[in-house]
Structure formats: structure tokens, C-alpha cells
Design a protein around this ligand. Structure first.
Ligand code: GLV
Ligand code: GLV
Length: 322
């Protein structure tokens, strides 16, 4: 009997073709995020599930899917929405898509950094509002990046790619991480390892690249923001709950820090109302990996992971419990 493969959201056609060659593929028509009940019903009897970060994948989900479920393949690098321990204990393999989205996500993070420090969104809003303006030597001055320090929280693949971009813009790099990086990488990036408190007080830009875990939830709270320089910027392209969004809105409106660039939000798709009226925050709707090339590569990798497990082979990029 052909395996039943459930694809929870529309993915790129080349990836669908890989899946169709391996089994009977079901996906919702029209494409939409399935509420938990519908997700559970859809998963019933599945051998493989290709999911996204919008799906809540836990023990209840696994039980609804039934004993045939062998693999959950998420089309994302982050897997905070998946209870890996609950799935592993049922013998279900979990896979994600690291690597293929590294550059796209670091590009977006650096784009947000340029946007907020050079006031690009603010300037565009001014033009579109029809407000009269003219070139002026002291008009809409931003902050330069050369010689400034970028503090990276989480020096994984994306954090490392962000460090390389910062170096190309003449910035100095420091980082904090659970584990210190290899000496060769520190040397290549010219990166100084600091504990988080020192990183917060010494950085001109703090960019978040750690996964969302119980330890990193609200890592950036009122106290962390107060520790940052009043001239500093915060960039978040990882997961919204790493930042206490209400505390950030307060910090941005009261001059505790200079600005922020956000691609992710604590209660997506909601954005804290306190942020929406502020000119010193650049906002993007979770676009970190959103290029045609990257989303296609993510979908293909996810499809290959699912198919590998169905065939009894090792997946390319399994998630290992932390
Ligand atoms: C997107 O946010 C991802 O985790 O891939
Ligand atoms: C995250 O904190 C890491 O160690 O990369």
C-alpha cells in the first residue's frame, strides 16, 4: 500500500512531485492554516506529515495521526512548535530545513538593520503621506554602521552569516551562545565571546539568532533592554517570544533604546499595537526565508527528508532533541 503523505500547507511544485512519487499526497484545498481539530483529522492514518511553523505538533497530534506516523518534516529551521520529545518517544522522526535558508535570513536581518538605522521605512512613509520635504544637510539623519559593534545572540549558521555581513560593513562582532565557537571561527569573524549582560551593554546593535526554547523565551525583557545603550538597535528575525514585545514597545517609545527591526512577533500575526505607531521600528511580516529560491529549496529538502524516512533511510537533516 502506498504511504499516505499529508502536506499541511502549499509547498513548491518540485517538492510536491518528489512526494507524489513516493505516496498518496493530501493537502488542504484551498490552502489554509488548519485549526488543531482539522489538522488532527487530516493527519489520521498518515505515514508522513510535511508541516510548517503554524502547526502545533505535539503528543495529541501524534496520537491523532496514529501508529503509522513515521516522520514529521517541518518546512522551517525553527521547530519550537514541535514537541520533539513526545514524537521521539513514539518513534517518530522529526526533520527540519537548516542551511538552505541561512543566507536569505541573514540578508533580511541585515536589511532590517539598514532600514531602521537609515530610516528607510520612515522616509518612505513621509513621501507617501505627501508631506512637503526638500534635501537638507541635517534632514532625517540616521546612524552609521562602520566602527560600530554588532552583538550576536546565538552563533549558529544564521548568526554566523549575519556576522560575515556585519564585517563587510566595517562592524566589529561580538557574540554570546550556549557554547563558545571554535577558535578558527572566532578568528575568521574577528568575534569576541561575551556573556549576555556584557554583550547587551557593549553592543550598538543586538541581533537575535538563537532558537526559541524555554531558556530563551523573553530573553530580551525590560531589564535586558535597560542594559542596552540608549543609542542601540535590536534586530529580531528568530521567533517573536524571544522578546517581551510589550516591554520593547515601551522601551522604543521612551528612548530606552534607539530602534528595532522585527520580522517576527510574539503573537503572530498580531503585532503589539504599541509598535505600530512608532517610527523607530522597521517591521516585516515574517519574511526571513521568503525568496523563491530559498522556499523552493526548503520544500525540496523537507520532501526528501520525508521520503528518506518512508524508505527506511536516514533523513538528510534530522532534528536531535536538545
Ligand atoms: C522560519 O521562521 C523558519 O524557522 O524556517
Ligand atoms: C544558541 O544559543 C547557540 O548556541 O547557537
Amino acid at each position: 500500500q502506498r504511504p499516505r503523505i499529508v502536506v499541511t500547507r502549499r509547498i513548491a511544485e518540485p517538492a510536491m512531485a518528489i512526494l507524489r512519487a513516493a505516496g498518496d499526497v493530501w493537502s488542504p484545498e484551498p490552502d489554509r492554516a488548519l485549526p488543531a481539530d482539522d489538522l488532527h483529522k487530516a493527519a489520521a492514518g498518515a505515514d508522513a506529515v510535511v508541516s510548517t511553523l503554524q502547526d502545533d505538533i505535539d503528543g495529541t497530534f501524534a496520537d491523532a495521526a496514529g501508529p503509522g506516523l513515521k516522520v514529521v518534516s517541518t518546512v522551517a529551521v525553527g521547530y519550537d512548535n514541535i514537541d520533539v520529545a513526545a514524537l521521539s518517544s513514539r518513534g517518530i522522526v522529526v526533520t527540519n530545513t537548516p542551511g538552505v535558508l541561512t543566507d536569505a535570513t541573514a540578508d533580511l536581518a541585515f536589511g532590517l538593520l539598514l532600514n531602521v538605522t537609515r530610516r528607510l521605512g520612515e522616509g518612505e512613509r513621509l513621501l507617501r503621506s505627501g508631506t512637503p520635504w526638500s534635501f537638507q544637510l541635517d534632514f532625517m539623519l540616521g546612524a552609521g554602521l562602520g566602527g560600530k559593534t554588532l552583538g550576536i545572540v546565538g552563533l549558529g549558521q544564521i548568526g554566523t552569516a549575519m556576522a560575515r555581513r556585519a564585517r563587510a560593513f566595517g562592524m566589529t562582532v561580538s557574540y554570546t551562545a550556549r557554547r563558545r565557537a571554535a577558535p578558527e571561527l572566532e578568528t575568521e569573524l574577528g568575534a569576541t565571546y561575551l556573556a549576555l549582560p556584557e554583550l547587551l551593554t557593549s553592543s550598538d546593535v543586538v541581533s537575535l539568532h538563537c532558537p526559541l526554547t524555554p531558556e530563551t523565551r523573553h530573553l530580551i525583557d525590560t531589564g535586558a533592554l535597560a542594559a542596552m545603550k540608549p543609542s542601540a538597535y535590536l534586530i529580531n528575525t528568530t521567533r517573536g517570544p524571544v522578546v517581551d514585545e510589550a516591554a520593547l514597545a515601551t522601551a522604543l517609545s521612551s528612548g530606552v533604546i534607539a530602534g528595532a527591526g522585527l520580522d517576527v512577533f510574539e503573537n503572530e500575526p498580531e503585532v503589539h499595537p504599541g509598535l505600530l505607531g512608532l517610527d523607530n521600528v522597521a517591521l516585516a511580516p515574517h519574511l526571513g526565508s521568503a525568496t523563491v529560491e530559498t522556499r523552493t529549496a526548503m520544500a525540496e529538502l523537507a520532501a526528501r527528508n520525508a521520503v528518506a524516512v518512508l524508505a527506511g533511510d536516514e533523513p538528510l537533516t534530522p532534528v536531535r532533541g536538545r
